[in-house]
Write a protein that binds this ligand. Structure first.
Ligand code: GLA
Length: 377
């Protein structure tokens, strides 16, 4: 149990019990990819893979220890600035920095962090560490923040402190998840509509084993294309139609056109998927997930051969309602909705096909929709 592991490690390193233990989930996204930085729709689920933090207040500098990555560099929560930290401790120190930007005064802490979210696997391990620390600071220093305040703090950390120019989806999913529920989010207004995950469907994460980093160039390059298209359109992609792409005064570049085509069509698919889920229309759900994958592959060019092999394997497997790449792409995982009574055979078959076509060993993780970031002790 991770909760026991971080508690034990804290006691071993610091010689007393932690004051608080918090946890925050990763997420999968059913549909609505790369739409959240142009005010579009997303449909994530907070998963039962989590990051746990055992923490206590200290007056000296903050020290953090990761069960997986060892000792982080120390920092002062009251003064740390972007550019001062390296590696994974950015995701911790940046939360204190972001809290200061909204007028809060987080003091120093010592903490042990552990996670069972595969890192760089497209499951928002970064949002989970941000939110688990946000809750720890909020609880220990009585900062009075609500879950909906903590999502933008996580995002500010990621965008301005870590330097990954992402949207708000992952932090909202990690902060506001609900057991048993998927979350249809209108990212323009930060409005969440919860939609139950049907009882007879399993949510599977099909990990290709290929890793990515969004602080790297590709995510930023896609975002620049999206913003370039919006500048020429004179409005957000959320408020644009496919026809508009041919009617700009200054023509879009080929890559701006394709990225914008993905985003505009993805918003339409996300709305249609939400309706299909409500109506129990499994055929439409499957078709929309497949089209969404193809659009990520062909128009957004954020897939990779392994993700395409994994999705294709799922599409031709009995019991699979739908499957597609989930998260930022360029590696990571596919998400699949699978009939529960066929799920074991389906996963074996998908992984066997994946091994055959990609030459790699993938991994399947069954997950359930979980509650968002919270104090657990
Ligand atoms: C990453 C980002 C999100 C979102 C997805 C793509 O997970 O953190 O904000 O942009 O990629 O949908």
């Amino acid at each position: 149990m991770l909760i026991e592991q971080v508690r034990e490690e804290y006691r071993r390193r610091f010689g007393e019990q932690p004051e608080v233990i918090t946890r925050a989930p990763g997420r999968v996204n059913l549909i609505g990819e790369h739409t959240d930085y142009s005010g579009g729709f997303v449909f994530p689920i907070a998963i039962d893979r989590m990051t746990y933090v055992a923490a206590g207040r200290v007056s000296a500098r903050s020290v953090v220890f990761s069960v997986d990555r060892g000792e982080g560099s120390p920092f002062d929560a009251a003064t740390v600035e972007p550019g001062e930290m390296r590696k994974w401790t950015k995701y911790v120190a940046g939360v204190a920095w972001a809290m200061r930007q909204v007028g809060k005064s987080p003091g120093n802490l010592r903490a042990v962090v552990g996670t069972d979210i595969p890192l760089g696997g497209g499951l928002s391990s970064s949002a989970a560490i941000e939110l688990a620390f946000a809750v720890a600071w909020n609880e220990m220093y009585d900062l009075g923040l609500q879950p909906e305040d903590m999502a933008p703090i996580g995002r500010a950390c990621e965008n301005q402190f870590v330097g990954a120019n992402t949207g708000i989806m992952d932090q909202m999913a990690s902060a506001l998840g609900k057991a048993g529920q998927a979350m249809f989010i209108d990212t323009r207004d930060a409005i969440v509509r919860y939609a139950p995950v049907p009882d007879d469907l399993a949510v599977a994460i099909l990990d290709t084993g290929v890793r990515h980093s969004h602080a790297g160039g590709e995510y930023g390059a896609r975002r620049a294309d999206v913003e370039g298209a919006e500048a020429k359109l004179g409005r957000s992609l959320r408020d644009s139609k496919l026809e508009d792409l041919d009617q700009t005064r200054e023509p879009l570049t080929v890559s701006e056109y394709r990225r914008a085509h993905h985003v505009i069509s993805e918003n339409a698919r996300s709305l249609a998927f939400a309706e299909a889920l409500d109506a129990g229309d499994r055929v439409a759900m499957g078709r929309l997930m497949r089209e969404a994958h193809r659009s990520m592959q062909m128009d957004f060019e954020a897939s990779c051969p392994e993700l395409d092999h994994m999705a294709a394997a799922a599409w031709q497997t009995a019991g699979v309602v739908g499957a597609r790449v989930t998260g930022g792409g360029f590696g990571g995982a596919c998400v699949a909705l699978i009939q529960k009574d066929e799920v074991e055979a389906a996963l074996l078959s998908i992984l066997a096909q994946y091994r055959e076509t990609s030459g790699k060993a993938g991994e399947a993780i069954l997950t359930t929709a979980s509650d968002g970031a919270q104090r657990v002790n």
